[in-house]
Design a protein around this ligand. Sequence first.
Ligand SMILES: Cc1ncc(COP(=O)(O)O)c(C=O)c1O
Length: 444
Amino acid sequence: MREFSTFYSEFQLKGRGSVWHPCTIMKQHESYPLIPIERGQGIWLYDASGNRYLDAISSWWVNLFGHCNPDINAALRDQLEKLEHVMLAGFTHEPAIELSERLVKLTPGSLGHCFYASDGASATEIALKMSFHYWQLCGKPEKNQFISLQNGYHGETLGALSVTDVAIFKQIYAPILHQYKTMPTPDWRYAETGESHRDYALRAAHALENYLAQHHATTAALILEPLIQGAAGMGMYHPIYLQRAREICSRYQVHFIADEIAVGFGRTGTFFACEQANITPDFLCLAKGLSGGYLPLSVTMTTDEIYEVFYHEKSSRTFLHSHSHTGNALACRAALATLDLFEQNAVIQANRDKTDYLNKITLPLATHPKVKNFRNCGMIWAFEFETEDPEFSIKCFQAALKQQLLLRPLDKTVYFIPPYIINQQEMNLLVNGTLKVLDEWSES
Ligand SMILES: Cc1ncc(COP(=O)(O)O)c(C=O)c1O
């Protein structure tokens, strides 16, 4: 077998690759080499030359308990000997049943039903389709529009992209997307000087109310990312917005879809972000950390009321949506092992101590002369770095690698979403390494 490094330099020289990488300007890799990762252990990723990188963004926000986690590995090995996959139509299996029952117990209100898929975007599609279909079945076919938040992100399949508002992903595809309305974001970075985060969130909720007062008859659902708009650059907002949005949606008979694909499973400091507003959505979308980040698995949970409308003998009155790997047994087993880890290690409480520690040691970052809007919510930290360099993101990524860090800024926003197993020594390394990257930048 060829050495990875030889392979990748050949790749760069020829300027063509059999792997077409996601969210990547492929041509950039003529100047910036891809990093061939050979193995992962805990918070660390190891490349073919033996260099290691602290996975400070949990490999696109999915990994909760580290790479090659011994407990999840053991559960998967056990499951492999029993059943790797069976279609979930006409058949069922223990991991899917147990996972559904445990998720139902963990979620608020009457979210009693789990519809599985493989990735986050599919969970969004399912919520949108179910909402639309529900209103059809209830004799309100005119409720066929969706609303979402300015800067929101819900995935990149066509339906999910239609309710996404991130220009870099959406703009070019606009002619083949549905044109839905976006509501002002509650992200406090948009507040007026002197306006509190809460007041700004209330102002954004007021705009939502004004819109729905006029358009509720044609609106099926509002979809949003509770508390943190991830792809928007970790835009954070006050939970009062969620409370108000829930009240407004209930008043106007508009479904409330909470996309907790990125923020679920403890990321915001509570198991689900919606808990901080004490609300129950009509649909809850989960993915990423659901399987501990191990395997593609997503779920759209919904209420008894919605499920019952589809509980019918006629095919036109049922939800005939499917993905081949729906409820994959291995992925469900990884999810069960992940939930066990939460229970056995009182993770949410332990994370609060980690958050306190990281907040203490990030003071030099928060007060850095080129850092703006330093913010934290649960196990997510973010700030904007003041620079005019349009290539800041890729250059910062490269500079961070030299400090043994995997950082991947969203434009000028640097963020940390570390796996929950991060220890104090690793947190020190993360903060000191980031400071070095920023200081070198400030001097150059
Ligand atoms: C809030 C949110 N929704 C949906 C998605 C899409 O998930 P996936 O990439 O698994 O399709 C993401 C992915 O980052 C996300 O952050």
